[in-house]
Design a protein around this ligand. Sequence first.
Ligand code: GLU
Length: 256
Amino acid sequence: MRIVVKIGTSTLTHPSGHLHIRRVETLCKIMSDIKNAGHEVILVSSGAIGMGVGKLGMRQKPADIPSKQAAAAVGQCELMYTYDKLFGEYHHTVAQLLITKDDTVNEKRRGNFINTLNRLLELGTLPIINENDTIATDEIVIGDNDTLGAIVAQSVRADLLILLSDIDGLYTADPHKDANAVLLQQVDKIDESILSLAGVSSTTLGTGGMVTKLHAAEICLDCGCEMVIANGNRPENLYDILDGKAVGTRFGRKTV
Ligand code: GLU
């Protein structure tokens, strides 16, 4: 299987913006194992701004664009250093691809991106993709890595996109506020009733929330790629998803 895994900032870092070492180590170990089992794995990783905030000792995510971009420039290095080191322990070679919206809509650049990505997979590497936050401003930004993950999955005809977040999946109500909220295990169509379940994002360092995840699901359902939203706090969820177990919310093909 060709699998795209998207990891959100809230999974990668503590609220301080410093690396969540135990979780990230386990995630890299499990993704290495999944690759060893014969699957192709592409990682879409957030966390550049969040980790930059931590490393620069900023007290919170800055609001102005130059500071955000400066934080991303610092954090992206830290992110790739960490992935290179952890995947390297399991003898996997990582590759960094930073793209903007232009690269996904301009036919020539999109073609180059897809060719490079396919070649990197042929070479057995583990491509790691993020938006090029240091140059992407409002007009040209994709804006969130859920959508980026879906665009990547669509571009390389992936079989499965897994969005790892700090929530178990899509609920019928906000589980932080409503004790009767029920996790939806399977969604086959994104209609008004499903869209109405997406609340407002509560994350402090990342972007996104349920709205962008449902947008990603629309892209995936459209191109026949299965998508799962699952909690990244339990990295073993990755194994369970591949085993077809009922984890998180699945969009598209039904669980076994
Ligand atoms: N590209 C952003 C970063 O690396 C994350 C975007 C997102 O959280 O979806 O910080």
